[in-house]
Ligand binder design. Sequence first.
Ligand code: T46
Length: 138
Amino acid sequence: MIDITTFDFEEHGDERGVLISLEENRNIPFTIRRCYYMYNTQPGVERGFHAHKKLEQVLICVRGKCSIRLKDGEDERVVPLDRPNKGLYIYPGLWREMFDFSEDACLMVLASELYDESDYIRSWEDYLAFLKQGEAEN
Ligand code: T46
C-alpha cells in the first residue's frame, strides 16, 4: 500500500505577500543535503520514471502546478501539487512519475542526499526485481 504524506507548510503572510520557511528535521523530515528544481517543462512532457533505493525527498511546486504519480509495484496514486505551500514526501523505494505540468510550473525538490546515479532504479524491470529482493530479505 502506498503511504501518502503531504505537508501544509505554514504561511507567514502579511500585506506584503507570503513567506514559507523550510527547515531540515523540523517541517522537512530529514537533513537537507540537496535542492534542485525544474521549470520550462514543455507541454505534454512526463519526467521521472524511476525509483530511489535510499533517497528521501519532498516535492513542492513553488509556482504553477503539476501532478505526481506514485507506484509501488501493486498500487498507483496520483497527487496534484497545485499550491506553493503543499509538500509531498517521497520515501525510498517508491516509483515516481511527474506529469501535467502547467506552462509556468517550477517544481522544487529537497533531497536527503547528494546526487548519486547509483541510487537510481531507472527501469521498471529492475524496479520489480528490487521489490522482489526486498520481499526475499524480509
Ligand atoms: C527525482 C525526480 C522527482 C544532476 O546532475 N544532479 C541532480 O541533482 C539531479 C536531480 C539531476 N542531475 C542530472 C541528471 C540528468 O542528466 O540532470 C539530468 C536530469 O535528471 P533526471 O532525468 O533524473 O530528472 P527527472 O526529472 O526525471 O528526475 C528528477 C530527479 O533526478 C529524481 O531524483 O526523484 O526528479
